[in-house]
Design a protein around this ligand. Structure first.
Ligand code: ZN
Length: 398
């Protein structure tokens, strides 16, 4: 716990000397010095070259920081229509990044073959730098049994029962952590995005689907079996449109890229005049956002209605959870200037004032990279929590 305290203090406020660390953590100087010795030996902390100030005794106080060369984390995401991988240093600088589009019709086996190849390629590349690799985080848009690294169901990929970690592990000799991508993103926003130090952060991500996560005092809320925060599948219209999860009227059917495009098409069919009609089946969310920003009424109305539904669900979540921060991310958040006034208006109408008044509503810091940055944060947090035994903490036996 004390090692964690020191590493966390350095993560958030380095550079610091041993004396200042003792002061900030309330630990005595001798034990700080001895723990710093262990952390330097483990390669996680390093002394900085030039002393910045003199200690009382006149000896230069040497500043410490997390060792940016401690090692790399690889973080990857299997999305709907793409795979993405980053390599990130211990100081969170991205040192390599790869992205590939995948035809959403591609079979599970084919997609995983491509994914494993991309991951292996990046892994070999990172190995060539000669630094250790802490682990690999893999985010997927579905229900994940984190203990087993097993994907139970991904509605928007239509994947079921994929033993992801077991399939990937033979190719890599570092721990692999599989998680829901929105949970990862929520954790990342709390770790180094919007809403740091939050007592309760509610993250909602709207894109191809609607997902999210809850982080309470730095801990991801996993639920009893790791499946918590499937907000997108809360029923909001009892006899509504059918959802890819098997239910009907899920929140996701009202708030997603598909929902925005559906609204535009419905308005065109009802006689709405918009330059968007020329795109027909090729219409994308980018077209709608661009048109809305250029003042197109149909595009604005489709986004307004989507914002309204986002607000309806958020009001209930705010009432249920009493969050300190609500962070809105995902691909739809690029349209936040148009969406947010409608989201806010609906929340104001429906949420209990005593709760909503206290909420800090933010737009996510990480959009396209949200899941991979969050995955890196999850692994980083494991290392900081178990600095000398992080491998076994990730369920990886050497
Ligand atoms: Zn659903």
């Amino acid at each position: 716990m004390n090692l964690r305290l020191i590493l966390e203090t350095l993560r958030q406020s380095a550079p610091k000397s041993r004396a200042v660390l003792a002061e900030l953590t309330g630990l005595n100087k001798a034990s700080v010095s001895s723990m710093i010795r262990d952390l330097i030996a483990a390669g996680l902390v390093r002394e900085m070259g030039v002393p910045e100030m003199q200690s009382e005794a006149g000896r230069p106080a040497i500043n410490l920081q997390l060792n940016p060369e401690a090692g790399y984390t690889i973080s990857a995401e299997i999305g709907v229509g793409y795979i993405s991988v980053i390599v990130i240093g211990f100081n969170f600088d991205i040192v390599a990044q790869r992205y590939e589009s995948i035809n959403p019709e591609t079979s599970v086996d084919e997609c995983l073959k491509n994914f494993t190849a991309l991951l292996a390629d990046v892994y070999q590349q990172a190995r060539r730098f000669g630094r250790r690799i802490f682990g690999i985080a893999v985010g997927v848009p579905g229900l994940v049994d984190m203990e087993r690294g097993y994907l139970l169901f991904a509605p928007n990929l239509q994947w079921r029962d994929v033993p992801l970690r077991d399939m990937l592990q033979p190719h890599f000799d570092v721990p692999i952590l599989v998680s829901n991508e929105a949970n990862m993103a929520a954790f990342g926003e709390n770790y180094f995005g919007e809403g740091q130090h939050s007592r309760l952060l509610l993250y909602v991500s709207a894109g191809v689907g609607l997902g999210g996560g809850i982080v309470i005092k730095g801990q991801l809320l996993t639920g009893a079996t790791g499946l918590a925060s499937e907000f997108g599948h809360m029923t909001v219209v009892p006899d509504g449109l059918s959802c890819r999860c098997g239910n009907s009227g899920c929140w996701e059917t009202q708030v997603s890229e598909t929902a925005v495009l559906r609204r535009v098409r419905e308005m065109i069919l009802a006689g709405g005049r918009t330059p968007l009609s020329r795109w027909k089946e090729q219409l994308t969310i980018r077209h709608v956002v661009n048109a809305a920003e250029a003042g197109d009424e149909v595009a604005n109305a489709a986004l307004a209605e989507t914002g309204r539904w986002l607000g309806i669900g958020l009001a209930s979540l705010i009432n249920a959870l009493n969050p300190e921060h609500v962070v809105f991310g995902g691909s739809l958040s690029v349209a936040h200037t148009i969406l947010v006034p409608h989201i806010r208006a609906e929340i104001e109408r429906r949420a209990l004032t005593w709760m909503w008044d206290q909420v800090s509503f933010r737009i996510a810091k990480h959009t396209a990279n949200a899941a991979v940055m969050g995955g890196a944060a999850l692994i980083h947090d494991r290392i900081v929590t178990h600095p000398l035994t992080w491998q076994s903490s990730m369920g990886y036996a050497l």
